[in-house]
Ligand binder design. Structure first.
Ligand SMILES: *Cc1c(COP(=O)(O)O)cnc(C)c1O
Length: 437
């Protein structure tokens, strides 16, 4: 399988090259040259297959001959080694809980899969230089990447986060590991962090000395394994004669785009809903056929505060830019913070289910859609554990949550970070220092 750049200038590469590079040299995103058709037997047998078996069959056409089968099986086994249950909430709504991984958010799957692929590629490469993964985080990405790459040979990880602007749990998740994980606490905003990271990627002098790559959802090795969720959901779906409507809390649109890809390759799904907070540029596109990016606004579901979703162009590719085909398969909903809090409260008082703000956005978007679509039934993705967002959940329900023991232990570990100013030269100095071995 080859991957083309969505900008159409850079030459096609295989999965290994696409993973190592992250983004194509022409600044496009890598996209598979064709969408493989899933084997019909995978769907008919799905209830008898383990999650590992399903995941290997789904991803193998995408990794092609870049990863031997035994290695792929090991990587997948290490990626999906926690439960992903489908939990019924009402007669027609179920939650697919994606938060049972080590950092309690769905990004664990993509980060773990990518880290192991990159570790394998660096280990087998004739080039023995170390690779440095550089990311800016506003919260969940940092923890998942730190955890996923912790202790992986040949890879140093540098994470920038804005001082005082990530939650205490999120900060501990990215500052307590040590070893090959380096946390830089920037005296500035998330935008400052992102700007500094972008400058590093375009600094030719630095890139001659340090081999840098990114671990955000534009990387195919983080994006593609997110298809697994949708197959695991279908495996647990009772009435296979009426496939589910699936509501996906969306920010950068990596997750929902993986779902659309799975459906395009043959997984039965009735319809997708992009559940957004007030950062809803894609909703505008669906209505008008024109995409207008806007600066992001801060909300309670902060992992979805994205004004210019980077994976949107992949949705256009999946549907070959045909707007009518896109709107037939995909709707969008806009949910305010007030509605988010009211939904957390309602779902808890009526169904004794604690949703986090992102899941609540997904729930309400689905409930509204089902209200106007007769007998349809659906699934919303619960993308984070509510304990990661205690303030909103307590405000809505009045309930103080018990902290899981793993998290309580983590909160006692001392944080290790290096404080830097919002200045590119400080980041550059650190990158040159940390990669010198
Ligand atoms: C990252 C994230 C999202 C948004 O996912 P995208 O793939 O960027 O659309 C939603 N919820 C949570 C909890 C997240 O961490």
């Amino acid at each position: 399988m080859k991957y083309n750049s969505t900008n159409g200038v850079s030459s096609p590469v295989d999965f290994k090259e696409a993973t190592i590079r992250g983004q194509a040299p022409d600044k496009g995103l890598y996209f598979p040259e064709r969408i493989p058709r899933i084997d019909a037997k995978l769907l008919t047998d799905i209830e008898n297959l383990s999650n590992e078996e399903i995941a290997v069959r789904v991803i193998a056409p995408y990794t092609g001959d870049t990863i031997p089968m035994e290695t792929l099986e090991r990587i997948v086994a290490e990626t999906v080694n926690f439960p992903i249950p489908l939990v019924p909430i009402t007669d027609n709504i179920s939650a697919l809980e994606l938060f049972h991984g080590p950092t309690l958010a769905f990004k664990d799957i993509g980060a773990r899969f990518m880290s192991r692929c990159l570790g394998f590629f660096m280990g087998t490469s004739a080039n023995t230089r170390k690779v440095t993964v550089l990311v800016a985080t506003s919260g969940d990405t940092g923890g998942a990447v730190a955890n996923g790459f912790y202790g992986v040979e040949g890879i140093e990880v540098v994470i920038l986060y804005p001082h005082g602007k990530v939650s205490p749990v999120q900060e501990k998740q990215l500052t307590t590991l040590g070893k090959n994980i380096h946390a830089l606490e920037v005296d500035g905003s998330f935008d400052d962090c992102q700007r500094m990271v972008k400058m590093a990627f375009t600094d030719d002098e630095l890139n001659r000395q340090v081999f840098l790559t990114s671990a955000n959802s534009i990387n195919v090795a983080r994006w593609l394994p997110q298809q697994f969720y949708y197959f695991f959901a279908y495996k647990q779906w009772q009435d296979k004669s009426i496939p589910p409507v699936i509501s996906v809390p969306s920010g950068n649109f990596g997750n929902i785009c993986a779902g659309l890809l799975a459906a395009q390759s043959g997984l039965p799904v009735t319809h997708f809903i992009a559940a957004c907070n007030v950062n809803d540029t894609v909703s505008g596109y669906l209505q008008t056929g024109e995409m207008k990016a806007r600066p992001a606004v801060a909300t309670l579901s902060n992992a979805m505060d994205v004004g210019d979703p980077s994976n949107f162009v992949r949705i256009l590719e999946i549907f070959r830019h045909r707007h009518p085909d896109i709107v037939a398969m995909l709707s969008a909903a806009t949910i305010t913070d007030e509605e988010t809090l009211a939904t957390i409260r309602d779902v808890y008082s009526k169904h004794e289910y604690l949703a986090d703000p992102h899941g609540a956005v997904g729930y309400l978007a689905l409930q509204r859609y089902l209200g106007t679509h007769g007998n349809a039934k659906g699934i919303f993705l619960e993308t984070a554990h509510p304990v990661k967002f205690p303030a909103a959940v307590e405000e809505a329900t009045g309930r103080v949550m018990d902290i899981p023991s793993s998290l309580a232990a983590l909160m006692k570990v001392e944080k290790k970070s290096r404080r830097i100013g919002p200045v590119y030269d400080e980041l550059k100095g650190f990158l040159l220092h940390v990669t010198r071995y």
